[in-house]
Ligand binder design. Structure first.
Ligand SMILES: NC(=O)c1ccc[n+]([C@@H]2O[C@H](COP(=O)([O-])OP(=O)(O)OC[C@H]3O[C@@H](n4cnc5c(N)ncnc54)[C@H](OP(=O)(O)O)[C@@H]3O)[C@@H](O)[C@H]2O)c1
Length: 275
């Protein structure tokens, strides 16, 4: 049994126990990094708390300050517009404890301004596939975050996927790529499946084939370390079917469309952060 499992006191408090908090809770418990009794969630919704108690057997409360008081590290998982109110509630309880905010677009400076003193804050940008433990998260540590706290944050987000540490100034670009990217990939899967249906495949099979094809292709990029252009060349034999399809994608400006989508999402992220 791992050392951390033996601890029985609450280690992490989740303020806001919605989709993202649940993904992290699920990851931490299934990776056996934390036992249920070391996790604690607070939320305004009784339904959410019931679900987390029943599914993960963790402690729950309606009181954000109580959750912060009991735990060693706090994950702020409410919607961005609620962060100010929650920080005001917990400011006198947080002390030296690590605060990790997953609230999209809320900058470190605004989080720090809501607290009483120089706090240890890490801004995290996870993405939707964290729900199936295949997320991509980028952490931006605030000034004064020590190595132990950063290690703790890395271990938390590594339990729900892969994690990188970058400067906060790059988080809008991250939001445009890995934050919004799952929606772009879902559209690609849907469109590939539609193509299959157009060519006569049953819808269910077409969707499964499209999703498995995208999953396998992503795995090849990650596991072989080959450049995607190299892998594409490998699949496209001279005069074959694939190069005909590639020609069609190039005619449709497919690469430019994907690049533009990431830039548009990053631009919107910058605009929202300025509000
Ligand atoms: N989901 C994603 O894929 C994703 C990806 C990256 C970042 N994020 C960020 O993660 C955060 C949470 O997103 P989510 O999708 O998990 O949202 P969510 O499912 O709506 O979860 C937020 C939870 O917080 C509760 N809440 C509202 N006010 C509260 C308060 N004052 N104190 C405690 N809890 C309160 C909400 O209850 P009610 O529903 O009753 O209001 C809800 O259960 C957001 O800031 C989002 O930007 C999410």
């Amino acid at each position: 049994m791992k050392e951390r499992q033996k601890k029985s006191k609450p280690q992490i408090a989740f303020l806001g126990a919605g989709n993202m908090a649940e993904a992290i809770i699920k990851g931490l418990i299934s990776a056996e990094l934390y036992t249920p009794e070391t996790l604690l969630a607070s939320d305004t919704s009784e339904n959410r708390l019931n679900k987390l108690r029943e599914t993960y057997k963790i402690e729950t409360t309606h009181s954000n300050p109580e959750a912060v008081r009991k735990a060693k590290c706090v994950i702020l998982g409410v919607k961005p517009h609620v962060t100010g109110a929650v920080l005001a509630e917990i400011r006198s309880e947080l002390g030296e404890k690590l605060l990790i905010s997953v609230a999209a677009g809320v900058p470190l400076i605004r989080l720090a301004a809501g607290l009483e003193r120089e706090a240890q804050i890490i801004r995290a940008m996870p993405n939707a596939p964290s729900k199936v433990l295949t997320g991509a998260t980028v952490l931006a540590p605030g000034k004064g975050v020590d190595e132990d706290h950063l290690k703790r944050a890395l271990s938390i987000f590594n339990a729900i996927g892969k994690t990188w540490v970058l400067e906060e100034s790059l988080l809008d670009a991250v939001t445009g790529l890995s934050g919004s990217g799952p929606a772009f990939a879902f559209m690609m899967i849907e469109a590939l499946a539609d193509g299959g249906v157009k060519e006569g495949l049953p819808r269910k099979i077409a969707l499964a084939l499209a999703a498995q094809t995208v999953l396998g292709s992503a795995k090849m990029v990650l596991e072989t370390g080959e450049h995607p252009a190299q892998l594409k060349d490998f699949v496209a034999s001279p005069g074959g079917t694939t190069i005909s399809g590639i020609h069609h994608l190039e005619d449709a400006n497919c690469r430019s469309a994907f690049m533009g989508a990431v830039s548009a999402a990053a631009k919107r992220s910058r605009e929202l952060g300025e509000k």
